[in-house]
Ligand binder design. Structure first.
Ligand code: TXA
Ligand code: MG
Length: 339
């Protein structure tokens, strides 16, 4: 698979196709790049033990190599062997794996290569709760790094078509099993020290994590320095082309509208396009549809996307986090440091 990243024919594999998992696994085993579904978003997979494959992955995404990757495993027992787990980490793994939780723990040493960890002495581990991801990971027999399968700085993909838009011709294959369910990425908890904290809100709510731990957790502040605690927590991220205007109390000329629970702010009638994340006001549905909404509204050609205020409880925290990043100013140099 030593093709340059800009000239890779991308094989589209549908899960119902005969031997789809076997073919997909063989792409990863031979050092190729394969996008596959997880319960959160589509990931771009590479063999975590193969530095050349991981280097190709950074190049295909246009992702800076100082931003470490999450290693994925089919079972919790496999993941746990790669890190040093304290009590809190063990509790969280027991409660939420498989599921949309990533744990950052001290690296125990082993096969995950330095480049996958961006040279850190910690490692991010995840066990996805998706039958196709699990079958693929089991068939590979190696840890698989998988960032979201989008070009660095773009909106994350929740369907194979989204992956195609960003990475066609740059990766070896896409395993398609339809849209993903959760729609926002995994929650990332730093459990490297005695007190765990939230690096990224995501598919498991803060409330669920706190109820397992028995205490409140704090979130790391959004950090724009070049070496933040979680390097992917850079402010400008998940960005559509159009400007994103948060907490809009009305719609201005030339804007598209991202709304929730049927809200129609003044000026809605002049919106270029309207996308309601969940007409019934359900945050789970809103999370699942968020990235598709951003892509759809962006494609309308509107100059800006006005976003109504959204609830911030439960999955609302992850939604607010992603919208905040989509709305962050994007100075030229920031384009270098998105994931
Ligand atoms: O839901 C998900 O987590 C998806 C699916 C595909 O599994 N993956 C994903 O990966 O969102 P990515 O690369 O887009 O985001 C991973 C985040 C980055 O912000 C990165 O900086 C952080 O995890 N990260 C990885 N290793 C870390 C480490 N050792 N310490 C702190 N943060 C780390
Ligand atoms: Mg990402």
């Amino acid at each position: 698979m030593a093709q340059p990243i800009s000239h890779r024919p991308t094989q589209l594999l549908h899960i119902q196709q005969q031997d789809a998992i076997k073919i997909a696994a063989s792409i990863l085993q031979s050092g190729g790049l394969l996008a596959f579904p997880t319960e959160t978003v589509y990931g771009l997979g590479a063999d975590a033990t193969n530095p050349q494959a991981v280097a190709d992955l950074y190049a295909a995404k246009g992702r800076p190599a100082f931003n470490p990757l999450i290693s994925h495993f089919p079972h919790a027992e496999d993941a746990i062997q790669n890190g040093i787990f304290n009590d809190a980490a063990r509790k969280l793994a027991a409660a939420f794996w498989p599921g949309p939780l990533t744990l950052v723990v001290p690296f125990a040493g082993g096969a995950i290569c330095d480049l996958a960890r961006a040279g850190l002495d910690t490692v991010a581990l995840r066990v996805p709760d998706h039958p196709v991801a699990q079958a693929l990971l089991a068939a590979c027999g190696c840890p698989v790094v998988a960032p979201s399968a989008n070009r660095s700085g773009h909106v994350s993909p929740t369907s194979a078509a989204h992956v195609m838009e960003d990475l066609s011709g740059r990766i070896d294959g896409i395993l398609d099993s339809g849209p993903t369910e959760v729609g926002v990425e995994s929650t990332i908890i730093d459990a490297t020290g005695p007190i765990p904290y939230l690096l990224r809100p995501g598919g498991i709510t803060r409330e669920a994590i706190e109820s397992v731990l028995g205490f409140a957790i704090t979130a790391a502040a959004v950090d724009d320095s070049t070496r933040p605690a979680s390097p992917g927590r850079l402010a400008s991220h998940y960005a559509p082309r159009a400007h994103v205007r948060l907490d809009a109390s009305g719609v201005e000329a030339g804007e598209a509208l991202l709304t929730f629970a049927g809200a129609t702010p003044p000026g809605a009638e002049q919106a270029a396009t309207i996308f309601d994340l969940s007409p019934e006001g359900d945050l789970t549905q809103a999370a699942a549809r968020l990235y598709d909404a951003l892509r759809t509204l962006d494609a309308s050609g509107a100059r800006a996307i006005a976003v109504v205020p959204l609830p911030r409880t439960g999955l609302g925290e992850a939604i607010a986090d992603r919208l905040g990043r989509a709305a962050a100013p994007r100075p030229q140099e920031d384009l270098m440091i998105n994931t």
